[in-house]
Design a protein around this ligand. Structure first.
Ligand code: ZN
Length: 87
């Protein structure tokens, strides 16, 4: 007779996922970049304040489109290319 699955074991196998703010898809945290808005610019998360995630696919898309989406959500007007390259 099989034992019912232990909930603690299920938790161990569960991968922590976060939502990409651009495509709204869910991805493991390691496949996401973490950012925040500072002075209307997209910057790397500084461990303080509100942060959000963008997936590796969305980061690669056309910058103009990315800015448009981020502007609608966070009033971000500028994406610092160097900031993205650092990660
Ligand atoms: Zn995405």
């Amino acid at each position: 007779m099989e034992k019912p699955l232990n909930s603690a074991i299920i938790t161990d196998f569960k991968i922590t996922t976060r939502m990409c703010v651009v495509c709204r898809g869910r991805f493991p945290q390691k496949d996401l970049y973490r950012f925040q808005e500072k002075d209307r610019k997209l910057v790397s998360y500084t461990k303080t304040g509100r942060s959000f995630y963008i997936c590796t696919q969305c980061i690669k898309q056309e910058r103009k489109r990315l800015v448009k989406i981020l502007n609608g959500k966070f009033k971000i007007k500028q994406i610092n290319i160097e900031e993205l390259a650092k990660q």
